[in-house]
Design a protein around this ligand. Sequence first.
Ligand SMILES: *Cc1c(COP(=O)(O)O)cnc(C)c1O
Length: 410
Amino acid sequence: MGFQELFFRKPKMTLAASQPIPDTHAAESIPDAARVEIDRLLSSGDLFRYTTGETAPVTLLEQEFADMMGTRYALAVSSCSAALFLSLKALGLPPGARVAIPAFTFGAVPSAVVHADCTPVLVECGETYRIDLQDLEAKLDGDIQAILISHMRGHTSDMDAILAMAEARGLPVIEDAAHSLGTLWNGRRIGTLGRIGCFSFQSYKMLNAGEGGMLITDDSEIAARAVIMSGAYEHNWRKHALVGPHFEQWQNRLPLYNTRLGNLSAAVIRPQLAELDRRVRNGRANHDHVAARLNGAPVLSVPAALPQETRAPDSIQFNLVGLDAAQARAFAEAAQARGVTVQVFGLSTDNARAFWNWQFLGEAPDLPKTRAMLMRACDVRLPARLTRAECDAVADALLAAAETVMARAA
Ligand SMILES: *Cc1c(COP(=O)(O)O)cnc(C)c1O
């Protein structure tokens, strides 16, 4: 069996654990309230947000999301990638503008930059999965026109330092908060710190609509431009609940990229907003419990949250300490044999989070720090819905896998 299959095979029953290993890819069911609304939409056929305008589920979702985040504007779109693309477009960056992004992110992020006719400049990330501030500062002095920060897997990069650097140079900051809904930084919501924040409703994020995204901002001009470019053709921007002073002025002056969200998706997301606090609380408790157990093994190390950060994890990342590549592979295989899928970002074939696989950017830059981190960084899903016993079963399997590898090395 190839390594690839090891990663993508469905978890099997375990060798020895008494508590079965949970299927960590299974979703939580959607609240019943969604069914009633979806039935209503199916009966009326009102699936397009601009048919009914201000009472459309998409419009209501935008209002509710903006209220929850405490921002003036929210724009629902088809994905976080679409939100990132529109963010760059809404900033009015010139073609070819250089945009700093962390080198540890999902392949869709540099893709959104390319899609917006900009050039991604990859910045090193360290062992804590966060952007390397020294490398960022060095690269900012090379003609950068915007900073896009992916809080990868919900690990918040030091926003105090980044915002200070950006402000000193007059650069806009976009937050890719796809995996950070519910995370706080100094008590403030992640996604509201930069000029624009982007979120995802893809199934592996905190709110699940299969697909979907949200763009938030307090800036009326950015909101106007993003709304129109998302596909508010003719006067459809008037049907948005959150309309500011700049909307009229951009009429007919911008392309229509049509990245709108549909009412069915909004109907799936809206009743989940009330679940968010519980998911965040449980996800964090699950994570911290498993982290404490894994940190008991000498070869496993879970980076701590930053002091400013209150995290909202739905997965856990840890580093393999002192293991070579063969041992790292053996660890993943031993965990898989016990029913837990471990992705070592840099070791799984064609991983979309390994920057050297982004061949659409041309030749991969030399980023030794990020590369070293990816070769030993493990990723395990840990959804908020797991019980304590299920979390313990996952931790048991990982600890047993670590012991197997250590025993072989001894
Ligand atoms: C999931 C994710 C994305 C992409 O979100 P889509 O809604 O699937 O486009 C981008 N960045 C990060 C950090 C993500 O986790």
